[in-house]
Design a protein around this ligand. Structure first.
Ligand code: MRU
Length: 348
């Protein structure tokens, strides 16, 4: 019998040892072919791991960065420098800055204490543990939201918002896992997610590991499966949500939302409250990471474009709140979505 509770064989990230220990990351650049750990003993190694997506996904980046601070010299100056440095690794996911802000506060409070390093590690472990709990809560709220859908319903997801992207069971995939736990046999259409194939390499792998029925499609096929009436709901993660509900997520998400609207399919976002950035009024202010052109021209380890071609490679796009039916968070579901409802929801 399939056990939907089974976690991936290796945790996405875990700390080894005491405050003098190190961080182990499941190297996501090697999946699905190889399941290997990447040990990080220095702040620089964690920065590199985040930059080259060995660890990725908004909440997981936040957890990794928090642990990264624990690898600096155990003094205030070094910890603050580590925070500033790790903040330069990737610009879009706000969870990174959220986690580093917390680490900065703890470092300042613990300055000069003989237990400085222990307090930093305690804070990083707490951020990780809280994320695990937030993922579980998102799963429950999302499964409740979709409770009216019949058994065997079809969901579509984009990129990877599963255990690999978080400190827990995921955001969008946590919803799927919870629906499966309730015995409702969900089926998931997995967008391949060009150019780095997080859907094909990571989401399909995770769903297989958990025995969840899934079908991989190229991004360009989403319109067809929707047109065929084979998608009942879309659920994706988010990297940063502005005060009005506009949500940044992996490039291609906006297109999926437009398609879902055209086919009258509910498009939903699942994200922890740490993904909201109330300092930004709308999604237009969200910084969008641009990545190396080689990810498009040589993404499959071989040249797939003529040498010298001009390339534009934004890693994220912003889905306007008007296209989002509901935002599933660890504290419940935001629906309808407006600046007022988001503020009111987060204030409670
Ligand atoms: O570039 P990535 O792989 O870090 O992008 C990840 C995503 O876009 C995820 O959907 C998002 O971070 C949510 S993860 C729970």
């Amino acid at each position: 019998m399939t056990d939907h509770q089974t976690v991936p064989l290796q945790a996405t990230l875990r700390w080894q040892g005491d405050a003098g220990g190190h961080l182990l990351l499941l190297d996501q650049t090697r999946l699905p072919g190889e399941v290997v750990d990447l040990p990080c003993h220095t702040v620089e190694e964690v920065w590199q791991a985040i930059k080259r997506l060995a660890v990725r996904g908004a909440p997981a980046i936040g957890c990794a960065a928090a642990y990264g601070v624990c690898l600096s010299n155990p003094d205030l100056d070094s910890a603050l420098k580590a925070c500033d440095y790790l903040a330069t690794s990737r610009p879009t996911a706000v969870n990174l800055f959220w986690a580093l802000h917390r680490m900065r506060q703890v470092a300042k409070q613990a300055a000069g204490s003989p237990t400085f390093a222990d307090q930093l590690l305690e804070a990083a472990l707490a951020i990780h543990a809280e994320d695990r709990q937030m993922c579980a809560a998102i799963g429950r709220h999302g499964a409740d939201l979709f409770a009216d859908l019949p058994e065997g319903s079809n969901f579509l997801t984009h990129c990877n918002a599963g255990a690999l992207a978080t400190g827990g069971d995921g955001t969008a995939l946590s919803v799927i896992f919870e629906i499966a736990r309730r015995g409702l046999r969900p089926h998931v259409w997995v967008d391949e997610t060009r150019p780095l194939l997080q859907g094909a390499r990571l989401t399909a792998w995770e769903l297989q590991q958990r025995g969840i029925d899934c079908t991989l499609i190229c991004d360009s096929m989403a319109a067809k499966v929707m047109q065929e009436g084979r998608v009942q709901a879309v659920v994706t993660g988010a990297d940063r949500i502005a005060a009005n509900g506009d949500s940044a997520n992996k490039i291609g998400t906006y297109g999926v939302a437009v398609l879902a609207a055209a086919h009258k399919i509910p498009f939903t976002i699942a994200a922890p409250t740490s993904t909201f950035d109330l300092e930004l009024a709308t999604g237009e202010e969200i910084p969008i990471e641009e990545r190396a052109k080689e990810e498009i021209t040589h993404g499959l380890q071989t040249s797939t474009a003529p040498a010298g071609v001009s390339v534009y490679n934004p890693a994220f796009d912003v889905t306007p709140a008007s296209l989002i039916r509901a935002i599933i968070t660890d504290r419940g579901v935001i629906d309808p979505i407006s600046t007022k409802s988001v503020h009111r929801f987060l204030a409670t």
